[in-house]
Design a binder for this molecule. Structure first.
Ligand code: GTP
Ligand code: SPV
Ligand code: MN
Length: 586
């Protein structure tokens, strides 16, 4: 008799009609065979074997270079379960629409069956997924991003306790592309894209959208968050998690080389994109990283901004949609040095200076965590690391100060729920448009976001010592358009202020939105930041925030009676604090 996973594979093969089926075991031999095939068919281009051994460039279809939120659906029986911020289709309607795109989609192709584990193998919180895909690039990427093959299949055995994800490249035409989720049956279907979160189904589809649905039912949290440990001069490590929208600085914060290393402050990486957080047996909120690698934004990455990853990606790395030098080395905007002559752009054409960027703005590296030297010694701790602070943040040229602290958990949930950020190249669509992106989960919450806010409030009641909640903005600009804050490794100064707040050392001033650093409480020595710049970085403008409250009111109104009463109260409180009336949804 076949096991549940075998039955599902047989059923998927009847639909997609592959030429052959390969059960991926995750071995080195198998990987070498896959790489050979991809080098032969042009899916992979070998990088310089002397300077980037066992590393490859992949060029995706030029119309398939980022997640496509407008083609991503949450398919629940009731529309209200998906809520006002998700695209919705009824499950049967979605299947009837997408099934024909899978019909015969793998004809002449190999179907790979990729069993994978999300989370440390020894953790009671890890979960199993199985991705079926006709993309060898997806298999090679999943091998870096999660624990695949035999380890996962052995663990699964005859159980039906896995999340199936059916993926086909289809014909890569955006008009025949759909990323659909069926949370009620914990199933994912994705067709027509081979890129990132659209195609590596363990990442956003399972570890966030499906997992957030499961987490609400089971009383834990699946969040779009990095996890880091801040070491102080005594050697004590305090763990923090941070939710910033896509391409807003999670990887860079998680892997930073601290600007205060000579004062004894260091940062250790636990994760850079996704956190699963549970109430531990000790009553503390504990986080694990479901991933095993990094799928990071290349542009802007260099030996000053992220030296740790620059060292790590010197071998066994996949680069996607970056430019290629004449020496067969990867290149992107913001890497060390000017564009060399003989550069080939991400499309594979000779690069022309001043035309479009050489690397796609959402080009990425895929690198195993095991190659990153700043990984925390506890990054695979089965129980997870205890979280003392949660940080929200966005990309705001104006309005949001460098850092502020919420008054308590409930106020902190309001701060997360009202986050806004300028859009980036991580999604297709306009870049630089300010939108509400609560907890950086707008594209990733697998259910009604009003209920999600309620779940956050509930978690605060269940945790013994709820983490302190902060908000940061590394991206505030001056009148000349330049960033006011140096960012990257200097962000440790803000983390240190948070630590000092948690431990009752740092002073703060109360403002309508929460506590900002009192003058002198931020460690700024050696930065050369003028008093005016610091004033502007920390400024909380009442008129700006009254406007912000109004925009939030309109956003909250979309949730109707699914918006928790506590957030309505916080909204009224902000309005009265900014001394201006604004619309409060009733
Ligand atoms: P996803 O992988 O899409 O979820 O993105 P992410 O949140 O991990 O963002 P990442 O750290 O990759 O940063 C995205 C872009 O912002 C890169 O181009 C970085 O160079 C830039 N960036 C990151 N941190 C800072 C910072 O502190 N200051 C400034 N000015 N830019 C930053
Ligand atoms: C994001 O967009 O938040 C990412 C990249 O982390 S992707 O995996 O493509 O979703
Ligand atoms: Mn992300």
């Amino acid at each position: 008799m076949s096991t549940p996973v075998e039955s599902w594979v047989e059923e998927s093969a009847r639909l997609t009609k592959p030429a052959k089926i390969v059960w991926v075991d995750g071995s080195a031999d198998e990987h070498a065979r896959l790489v050979d095939g991809m080098l032969r068919d042009g899916t992979f281009i070998e990088l310089n074997p002397k300077t980037y051994p066992d590393s490859y460039l992949h060029r995706s279809s030029p119309t398939d270079v980022a997640r496509t939120e407008h083609l991503t659906y949450i398919c629940t029986r009731e529309k209200s379960e998906a809520g006002p911020t998700n695209n919705w289709m009824a499950p049967e309607q979605a299947k009837d629409m997408v099934r024909p795109l899978f019909d015969g989609a793998m004809a002449g192709r190999t179907m790979y069956v990729v069993p994978y584990i999300l989370g440390p193998v020894a953790s009671p919180y890890c979960r199993i997924g199985v991705e079926i895909t006709d993309s060898a690039y997806v298999v090679a990427s999943m091998r870096i991003m999660s624990r695949i093959g035999k380890v996962a299949l052995d663990r699964l055995g005859h159980s039906k306790n896995f999340v199936p994800g059916l993926h086909s490249l289809g014909d890569l035409d955006p008009s025949r592309r759909f990323i659909v989720h069926f949370p009620e049956e914990q199933l994912i279907w994705s067709v027509g894209s081979g890129y990132g979160g659209n195609a590596l189904l363990g990442k956003k589809c399972f570890a966030l959208r499906i997992a957030s649905w499961i987490a609400r039912q089971e009383g834990w949290m699946a969040e779009h968050m990095l996890i880091l440990g801040l070491e102080d001069p005594s050697g004590k490590i305090t763990y923090m998690s941070a939710a910033f929208p896509s391409a807003c600085g999670k990887t860079n914060l998680a892997m930073m080389v601290s600007g205060l290393e000579d004062q004894g402050y260091r940062v250790w990486t636990v994760g850079d994109d996704i956190a699963w957080m549970h109430v531990g047996s000790d009553g503390q909120l504990r986080a694990i990283n479901p991933e095993a690698g990094f799928f990071g934004v290349a542009p802007g990455t260099n030996s000053r901004t992220n030296p740790n990853v620059m060292k790590a990606l010197r071998r066994d790395t996949i680069l996607t949609n970056v430019a290629l030098t004449a020496e067969k080395e990867p290149w992107w905007e913001g890497i060390d040095g000017a564009p060399p002559t003989g550069l080939t752009n991400w499309r594979g054409e000779p690069y022309t200076f001043g035309k479009e960027p050489a690397a796609h703005p959402n080009s990425r590296y895929t690198v195993p965590a095991s190659q990153v030297t700043c990984m925390s010694k506890d990054w695979e701790s089965p129980e997870g690391v205890p979280i003392s602070a949660i940080i929200f943040g966005g990309r705001r040229a104006r309005v949001a100060p460098l850092v502020y602290q919420s008054r308590n958990w409930q106020h902190g949930v309001y701060v997360g729920a009202t986050m806004a950020s300028e859009t980036t190249a991580a999604n297709t669509g306009a870049v630089g448009v300010t939108r509400r992106d609560p907890m950086a989960m707008l594209p990733f919450c697998g259910y009604n976001m009003g209920d999600y806010f309620g779940h956050w409030l509930e978690m605060g009641r269940r945790v013994k010592h709820p983490p302190a909640i902060f908000h940061v903005n590394w991206f505030r600009r001056g009148a000349d358009g330049r960033y006011l804050w140096p960012g990257y490794g200097e962000n440790v100064r803000v983390l240190k202020w948070m630590l000092d707040r948690i431990e009752g050392r740092a002073a703060a001033d109360e403002t309508p939105i929460g506590y900002v650093p009192a003058r002198g409480s931020l460690t700024l020595d050696g930065l050369n930041l003028s008093k005016d710049t610091l004033d502007e970085l920390l400024r909380v403008d009442s008129t700006d925030w009254a406007n912000e409250a109004e925009a939030t009111g309109a956003f909250f109104a979309r949730f109707g009676d699914r918006l928790p009463e506590e957030l309505r109260q916080e909204q009224e409180s902000l309005i009265s604090r900014t001394q201006k009336t604004a619309v409060v949804p009733k």
